[in-house]
Design a protein around this ligand. Structure first.
Ligand code: MN
Length: 428
C-alpha cells in the first residue's frame, strides 16, 4: 500500500521521511542557503530541480518562491500552490519516475548529515499558547492545589507573545540564562544564572497565508492558513519566571532561546492522522460560536511527541538518551485551527512565517509530563541510568524532542528531532 521512492532510504521501516511525508526546510550547503524537502536520509534541493525542469509544470510564482533562501514566499502562496508542488515532488521522487529523471534528480540530493539545517522561515512573530489542559492543571496545582484551572481556561485559548529573534535551529547550544530571581527564603532578589532551567515539549504551527489586519480568520478557513507543523522546545527558566510573571506573564524567563526542528510537516502529509478533538468532560462549556469546529471528528491530529535526555556523564559512559515523557498532540484542549482563529479574532494580522506554538504538551498520566516542572508531583525524583537525579537541567544535558505519527497500514510521518544542549552560563 505504501508509496515507494527510488530513494531507497525513504522506504526503510521506521524512516521519518518516506515519500508520503515530504516536509520542507531550509539548509546551507557550500556557502549557499536553499530550501529543500526531506526524503529518506537526504535533502532534495528544490531550486536545482526546478532549474533543470525536473518538476513538471509549475507556475512562475511557485518556481520563484522555491528559489528563495527561506520558506516565507512559498508559505504565502496558499493551499493550491502547496498541493501543486507536493504533487510534482511526489511524482519526481516516486518509483515510477523515468530512469533518466531519477538520474538527474539524484545529483540534487544531499545527505542530510552533510548540510546545515537552518530555521526554515524568517519568523516575524512568535506566540506561545497553553493548550494542554493536563499541563495547565498540573502546573496550576503547584500554585492552587484546590483550584488548579483558572475560570477562563475552558473558554479562551490562553497565550502570550514570545520572542522571534531568539528562535534557533535544532543543534544550537543553549547558554544557561542569567536573571533576577528571588527564592522564597530571601527577602531581596539577586541576579545570577538560573538554577531552574527547564524544557517544554511543544508543537509549532507555521502560518502560511496571512490575513489582512482587521480581518479575522473564520474557523472553517483556519487550516488554509497553516503551512505545516514542527517541534518546539520552549526553554524556560522557572526561577526567573516565578519572580517576574505577575502581572503581565512570562518575559525574560523564556525569551533567551526557543529551539525548533528544521523540517515543517504539511497538513496534507498529516491527513491520515486526523482524529476527533478530545471530548470535553461532562459539564464543560461548549466553545463560543467563533471557536466551534465545523467537523470535530477530524479537528485533532494524532502526533506522538517525546522528550529524551542525555547527561554529560551518560555521553561519557555511552549510555543512550533516556525517554522522559511521551504524549500526543491529540490530547490538547484546543485544536490548531482554534488557536489560529482565536489569534486573529481581534483583527490581528498573521503573516507568512509567523510561528504559533501549542504550549507544553502533556497527557494525564505519569510519564506524559511535557516539562520537568510538572514532575514535581511525582513521589520520586527523576533518576537517570547513571544514578544522577534531576529536578531541573544541568550544564551538559542534551534534550531531544521527537515527533511522529504511525498506525496500522499507514505510512510513518516523522518530524525528525529538535535537539539542544545546555552550555554554562554567560559570565556576567
Ligand atoms: Mn511554552
Amino acid at each position: 500500500m505504501a508509496l515507494k521512492s527510488w530513494v531507497e532510504s525513504a522506504n526503510l521501516p521506521g524512516c521519518d521521511f518516506p515519500l508520503e511525508n515530504l516536509p520542507y526546510g531550509a539548509f546551507s550547503h557550500g556557502g549557499e542557503r536553499r530550501i529543500g524537502i526531506a526524503i529518506g536520509d537526504q535533502a532534495l534541493d528544490i531550486r536545482a530541480c526546478i532549474e533543470e525542469e525536473l518538476l513538471g509544470p509549475l507556475s512562475s510564482e511557485i518556481a520563484e518562491a522555491c528559489s528563495a533562501s527561506a520558506l516565507n514566499a512559498l508559505m504565502a502562496l496558499g493551499t493550491a500552490a502547496w498541493s501543486a508542488l507536493r504533487r510534482q515532488l511526489t511524482s519526481l521522487l516516486g518509483s515510477h519516475a523515468a530512469p533518466e529523471t531519477q538520474e538527474k534528480a539524484r545529483r540534487h540530493l544531499l545527505p542530510m548529515q552533510s548540510v546545515q539545517m537552518e530555521v526554515p522561515a524568517q519568523v516575524g512573530d512568535y506566540t506561545d499558547f497553553y493548550a494542554s489542559i493536563h499541563h495547565a492543571t498540573r502546573v496550576g496545582k503547584l500554585f492552587r492545589p484546590d483550584n488548579p484551572l483558572l475560570p477562563n481556561y475552558k473558554y479562551i485559548p490562553i497565550g502570550y507573545h514570545g520572542r522571534a529573534s531568539s528562535i534557533v535551529a535544532s543543534g544550537t547550544e543553549i547558554r544557561r540564562p542569567s536573571g533576577q530571581v528571588k527564592p522564597a527564603s530571601s527577602a531581596e532578589p539577586a541576579f545570577g544564572p538560573s538554577r531552574s532551567l527547564d524544557y517544554e515539549l511543544e508543537v509549532g504551527i507555521f502560518v502560511g497565508l496571512g490575513n489582512q489586519i482587521g480581518a479575522p480568520i473564520p474557523i472553517a478557513e483556519a487550516e488554509q492558513h497553516i503551512f505545516g507543523l514542527c517541534l518546539v522546545n520552549d526553554w524556560s527558566a522557572r526561577d526567573i519566571q516565578s519572580w517576574e510573571y505577575q502581572p503581565l506573564g512570562p518575559f525574560l524567563a523564556k525569551s533567551f532561546a526557543t529551539t525548533i526542528s528544521p523540517w515543517v510537516v504539511t497538513l496534507e502529509a498529516l491527513a491520515p492522522y486526523r482524529v476527533e478533538t478530545p471530548v470535553r468532560t461532562q459539564g464543560d462549556p461548549e466553545p463560543l460560536p467563533y471557536l466551534k469546529e465545523r467537523d470535530p471528528s477530524r479537528a485533532g491530529i494524532d502526533v506522538t511527541v517525546e522528550v529524551l535526555l542525555q547527561s554529560e556523564k551518560m555521553r561519557e559512559q555511552k549510555v543512550p538518551a533516556s525517554l522522559l515523557s511521551r504524549a500526543s498532540l491529540r490530547d490538547l484542549y484546543w485544536s490548531v485551527a482554534q488557536l489560529v482563529t482565536h489569534h486573529a479574532s481581534n483583527g490581528c494580522n498573521l503573516r507568512p512565517g509567523d510561528l504559533l506554538a501549542t504550549g507544553t504538551i502533556s497527557g494525564s498520566d505519569e510519564g506524559s509530563e511535557g516539562c520537568l516542572l510538572e514532575m514535581k508531583h511525582r513521589a520520586h525524583a527523576l533518576t537517570l541510568p547513571t544514578g544522577e537525579t534531576r529536578t531541573f537541567l544541568e550544564d551538559g544535558d542534551e534534550v531531544t524532542l521527537r515527533g511522529y505519527c504511525q498506525g496500522p497500514g499507514l505510512p510513518r510521518i516523522g518530524f525528525g528531532q529538535c535537539v539542544g544542549r545546555i552550555g554554562a552560563a554567560i559570565p556576567s
